[in-house]
Design a protein around this ligand. Sequence first.
Ligand code: ATP
Length: 605
Amino acid sequence: MGKSKEIPSKEVKQAEEEEAEAEEEKSFEELGLDLRLVHALNKKGIQKPTLIQQASIPLILEGKDVVARAKTGSGKTFAYLLPLLHRLFNESSPKSKLAPAALVLVPTRELCQQVYSEVMALIELCKGQVQLKVVQLTSSMPASDLRAALAGPPDIVISTPGCMPKCLSTGVLQSKSFSDSLKILVLDEADLLLSYGYEDDLKALSAVIPRGCQCLLMSATSSSDVDKLKKLILHNPYILTLPEVGDVKDEVIPKNVQQFWISCSERDKLLYILALLKLELVQKKALIFTNTIDMAFRLKLFLEKFGIKSAILNAELPQNSRLHILEEFNAGLFDYLIATDDTQTKEKDQSDEGGHVDSRKSKKHPKAKLDSEFGVVRGIDFKNVHTVINFEIPQNAAGYVHRIGRTGRAYNTGASVSLVSPDEMKIFEEIKSFVGDDENEDSNIIAPFPLLAQNAVESLRYRAEDVAKSVTKIAVRESRAQDLRNEILNSEKLKAHFEVNPKDLDLLKHDKDLSKKPPASHLRDVPDYLLDAKTQEACKMVKLARAAMGNKNSSRRQGPRRKFRKSDPLKSFSAEPTKRAGKGRMKREGRNGDDTGKHKKKKSV
Ligand SMILES: Nc1ncnc2c1ncn2[C@@H]1O[C@H](COP(=O)(O)OP(=O)(O)OP(=O)(O)O)[C@@H](O)[C@H]1O
């Protein structure tokens, strides 16, 4: 008692909150989860539930409808998958069942694949003890394939929302059978389902959801779309809002992600990213976002002239290629992935097609149809991404949140660096305000990047500008066409082969050089004389930090975040000391409850 008086009250409060948190923590077993699943999780190295899992698993096991809102990377997938599997493991279904018992809806095919892999991995780890049939469906599948997949019927269907109404309207699935069998419906990434244009499909589906079906809605952000879906599908749900996704604006990005920005002209962006990557001032693996596919190719071509290999992920690639690129990146086969994201990219690139880059509509340029069910960023679980770089600023704050959410997932840490040109300043200010960056409070959530000294940038300027000139629009167009041709060829010719010989997929390398000439040796290496002492020191510290942190999801890194702050050079070192540089942006999580207040049932987590 006496002790607490000696400690400043803020620290006491913090210590108490931490203690309370520790006391509240329960194991998966204590949450009532089937032991087969607990063992499967242990085999995957997952020992303790995340906050959202702690809160949602018991409620879902009780059969309640649940709306769960928690930050990107907080473990929402297992939060619904584990109790869903528990129910299916333990509840017998009628022998005469003609349709699936569980339906998981996600906005994109990539997410279908991801959720499907997660379920299959869990079932595989319970080997011999359970038998569940799981299928993934997409709207583009022909009716015959849909019929074959639904024959049996499967226990779990993972699908985009357009698919089920298609199955029902074409008679592949009978409405009555569907209504009789369905026990659990999950709307995952609910904040995105409507923005991907699935409103009509979901309305059609809602008409055949039986009253007794347990409905779950998972979302990273709260929005009017989520509310709309909640009203359309759920019955008097429990609303779970993690403290960090409350009303408070600065709580939308995970605390374990440090956010930085660099101010530079549009023209200098290539120079700055070269400095960041070549001088190794950011940790690998890195996910680099551009707003258009052409910019992604320009960047890749530019970087490869300096011997920096990267791969591109975008909406015009065949689905097989996209999934394979994701697999390779997740497996750590290359360090830099350049991604174009969202519907905004699709629209922009499609409108670009008649514009400057593709004006001649070259016959050489295979006309790719952008995939409307593609979603590279949202909800995709990129493994071990340490840094997200916004080469171009997304066109809205939600895009920023979803991009940055690809790092710092679960108990991992991460950083983001945004390159902001004067033209992007307005939207960047909006983003800053959305994430709670308040200049008046002197609390920079997005801080100036402290490790890049101006003279280090200038030392690379001549080479960068010279090389940038050589990456012409024609070069970009040809590379984009060539890449697409290669991927289509790979995708179509090799699909059948890979199905039989999955290991041969390794032969496909997505980060190979696009330009015919190899990078010149004088560009590949940065001579020491170009680097000042401070940059060399910064570079060394980033390397040391990387070595200390390792590249794996280590459970030892699951401890308090302050430990990371102390050892992180981005916080303790500044090449250009500024008032703000090196200052921790992370505030202690608040305990804000649900923002609805209107619902009868409510739980704060
Ligand atoms: N209890 C846990 N302990 C450690 N890692 C976990 C745990 N639960 C999930 N993970 C891992 O955390 C990562 C992020 O989980 P998940 O994809 O479910 O996040 P999310 O909340 O759905 O994010 P998003 O909103 O971006 O889709 C995954 O790699 C997952 O395997």
